[in-house]
Write a protein that binds this ligand. Structure first.
Ligand SMILES: Nc1ncnc2c1ncn2[C@@H]1O[C@H](COP(=O)(O)OP(=O)(O)OP(=O)(O)O)[C@@H](O)[C@H]1O
Ligand SMILES: [Mg+2]
Length: 353
């Protein structure tokens, strides 16, 4: 079944799902552009062309970009006073409620959403039932060895499955910032579906990103591939934050880093929505000295990453060889926890004995 499908997608260069998504995607991009043109930064009371120019120079281009900022961040970015920054953010958030589609329209839009199974039913359920969603960014953060990359690799295989097997009948792009992509590991994962490992590997387009600029540039390349008919249904970025963190590490560089990441995530979300693609990103944790109790770790990137990802999961090692995944701040699911384990052929539920 899998092999048939993979051959199919290689021959035609685009699966039915891919073609459909491409058409829908182009239409939606225009709509989106029109929508965005309607609402400019200067439409916010108190923001004149001068401040708008400052904001744009700081990487904030639209109401969404503004709405997700914290007052301190914005003040630092645009050289505004903190009170003025707070007012602008509040105004942006209020105005964004105006142009929204009604619930029925929204539910129609949601029908085109596709899913990619993680391999573990528990983990799929945590993410709403069927795994990682298209038109969304799913972020996994956690310590080293918590399973972030293992999930990434499993998804690049599972995305190739036909819809009825929990895939999206498409190809994967893997942006590798840490040199963690392992073809041998993909071969092991292919065994689960009796798939030809070479064919599975052919459907994963891997690019090593050497620095943050390179990582940003690769998004344009992905858009190009899609326009050329590659049926890409999954983009993995492992890790999203490592380069940004390493390159912008000084105290005064925080605003620069957030600005760049803000723009990057915005473009990533656009790609996901326009072409009906699932985006999975990994994120490191850092010690949070402000937190005295509980888990003393916090995702790198702070607010901006939190707002841009539709699903955020915190992964950690559990009892025996298990992994615990905790869902955080999902728009439509309760915060919840589940257990899975990493095996040679992929992610599985933990056997209860
Ligand atoms: N072939 C395999 N079979 C079973 N378990 C494996 C296999 N390969 C890796 N693992 C498990 O996955 C763990 C590594 O997890 P992973 O690489 O996803 O961590 P990570 O969260 O990406 O960490 P980092 O922050 O270092 O990138 C290993 O410690 C091991 O427990
Ligand atoms: Mg990793």
């Amino acid at each position: 079944m899998v092999e048939e499908k993979i051959e199919d997608s290689e021959e035609k260069k685009s699966t039915p799902l891919g073609v459909h998504a491409l058409k829908g995607g182009k239409k939606k991009t225009k709509e989106e552009e029109a929508e965005e043109e309607d609402k400019k930064l200067t439409d916010i009371p108190g923001i004149g062309p001068g401040t708008a120019a400052k904001l744009e120079a700081a990487g904030v281009y639209d109401l969404m970009g503004l709405a997700v900022l914290g007052p301190k961040e914005l003040a630092e970015m645009a050289g505004l006073g903190e009170a003025a920054a707070r007012k602008a953010i509040q105004a942006a958030r209020q105005m964004m409620n105006l142009g929204f589609s009604d619930g029925l329209e929204f539910s129609e839009k949601r029908k085109s959403v596709g899913y990619i199974t993680t391999g573990s039913k528990n983990l799929d359920n945590l993410l709403g039932g069927k795994g990682v969603e298209t038109k969304s960014i799913t972020e996994a953060f956690g310590a080293f060895g918590s399973g972030k990359t293992q999930l990434a690799l499993a998804l690049t295989v599972n995305v190739q499955l036909p819809l009825e097997q929990g895939g999206a009948n498409g190809k994967a792009v893997f942006i590798d910032t840490e040199g963690t992509f392992r073809p041998e590991r993909i071969r092991q994962l292919a065994v689960r579906y009796n798939a030809n490992p070479d064919k599975v590997l052919k459907n994963i387009l891997v690019a090593r990103a050497f620095n943050s600029d390179h990582q940003i540039l690769l998004l344009d390349k992905i858009a190009e591939l899609i326009k050329n008919g590659e049926p890409i249904k999954l983009i993995v970025i492992d890790s999203l934050t490592a380069h940004f963190r390493a390159e912008f590490s000084g105290r005064g560089m925080l605003a620069d880093r957030q600005q760049k990441m803000n723009k990057y995530l915005h473009n990533l979300m656009k790609l996901a929505e326009s072409y009906n693609i699932a985006v999975y990103v990994t994120n490191q944790v850092m010690a949070d000295p402000a937190q005295m109790f509980g888990d003393p770790t916090k995702a790198v990137g702070g607010n901006i990453v939190a707002h841009a990802s539709t699903y955020r999961m915190y992964l950690r090692r559990g009892k025996k060889d298990s992994r615990v995944a905790k869902l955080i701040d999902s728009p439509n699911l309760p915060d919840n926890e589940t257990v899975f384990q990493v095996e040679t052929d992929g992610l599985h539920d933990v056997e209860i004995d």
